[in-house]
Design a protein around this ligand. Structure first.
Ligand SMILES: [Zn+2]
Length: 156
């Protein structure tokens, strides 16, 4: 009697995942976070408006440093995108399409009370938002804050 074997080939997807530095100095030290990915933001009337699409780094008035090798492949830097990262409450230097910015290079400065920092999966699809506090993102990051719940709200 012959035994038949079922052989399944699974596609092997190789994904290059790696951590990157902080966009503020010192880049190899954890910094405070004021807001995290996914927090509900409300409009002026208190109605649900959108989810927070990044983290707010509690630094102000400082220079912004490139966290990871970034290529300016479009003119998206005008909307504060450089590569797959977006910097809000910031004034970015002028770059040209095709410029490669290395980690540690100054790319601008913070204009607000914090730096809103967002990451997308690729520099070509800046419409998604990844969690910069993931284990393979901002490094190092230590969450020393005890969990607490300010309030619970339900939205339709
Ligand atoms: Zn923010």
């Amino acid at each position: 009697m012959r035994t038949k074997h079922l052989i399944i080939f699974l596609p092997l997807v190789v994904v290059a995942l790696y951590a990157y530095r902080w966009p503020v100095k010192p880049q190899d030290k954890a910094h405070g976070i004021n807001a995290t990915l996914g927090e509900m933001r409300v409009d002026t009337l208190g109605n649900p408006d959108h989810f927070h699409a990044g983290v707010d780094i509690a630094e102000s008035g400082d220079s912004i440093y490139c966290p990871d090798t970034s290529i300016v492949d479009t003119t998206e830097w005008k909307s504060n995108w450089i590569g797959r990262f977006r910097y809000i409450h910031a004034s970015l230097d002028t770059f040209l399409q095709g410029d490669t910015i290395l980690p540690g290079c100054v790319i601008g400065y913070i204009t607000g009370t914090h730096l809103h920092f967002r990451e997308s999966s690729t520099r070509l699809s800046p419409h998604d938002a990844l969690n910069p506090l993931d284990s393979l993102a901002l490094t190092p990051y230590y969450d020393s804050t005890n969990p607490h719940i300010d309030s619970v709200k339900f939205y339709r």
